[in-house]
Design a protein around this ligand. Sequence first.
Ligand SMILES: [Mn+2]
Length: 299
Amino acid sequence: MRLQLLSDLHLETESYQPVPAPGAELLILAGDIDTTWRSFELFRDWPVPVLFVPGNHEFDGRDVDEAREALRAHVQAIGLRLLDDESVVQTDAEGRRVRFIGCTRWCDFDAFGAAGRERAMRAGGYFQKVMQATRHGEVFGVDAVRALALESRAWLADELQRQGDWDATVVITHFAPSLKSADPRYGRQPGTASFCNDDEALMPGAQLWLHGHLHCRQDYRLGDTRVVANARAISARARPTASTASASSVCSNRLDAQRPHDAAQQQRDAGQRRGRRHALVPGEGIGQRGQRLEDDELA
Ligand SMILES: [Mn+2]
């Protein structure tokens, strides 16, 4: 199945015109598309099905539980399929059935283990202040985020265990599933646990894991699972100044930069494609149109 992946478009401040990637059979939006929700209109009448997993910023300034339901109604009216702790099976052009499991998967602050949780939650307080969201009539602070994150992780673990009539499984989360996704510009610090979870133990259930939230691109393997992020992020123009944002909250992303061409890696990937049934390789559509993933052997 050939997938187009976009996330972290931040269309509440950015101007960006999404374009369907030629050949893509599905568009995946991995969160933080628009805090105002207005730009989902850009995906109305999209030529292929669109799966959308909410990011944290889709809840900015809102009651989280009310917004989950309202967001569902909002995007469904436009024709998007919301995956908010739910899964859907899509059949590709060759009749292969691929299960997509989607959840925001808020951060549980355990990326550095239980011993690092307290520091991680202290660092995470900044991001919750920025969100200005509420839940159950109270500030949606780090404790509430962790509670929701643990619910989401339990749901995801159960779902990955479930057997059914599909040939492959793709997980879509907004938050990253591994510290390996940490933005290399900032390294690993307590605030990184507000971006990455440690879901590596869940990975054997998935051939591909797509995420957003980190404003950098990723493409790596853990075991037999390929992890890919294709965040667009915030331009220098819209970036808050250092005085209003901590180092890891925002960073620019070179939108037009092509991924460095590494012939040796491509050869290794090609070898893995031949040897493994579930390999995916990036297509040509990297850049403004978002990364296209193709998978000729997803079985
Ligand atoms: Mn985010």
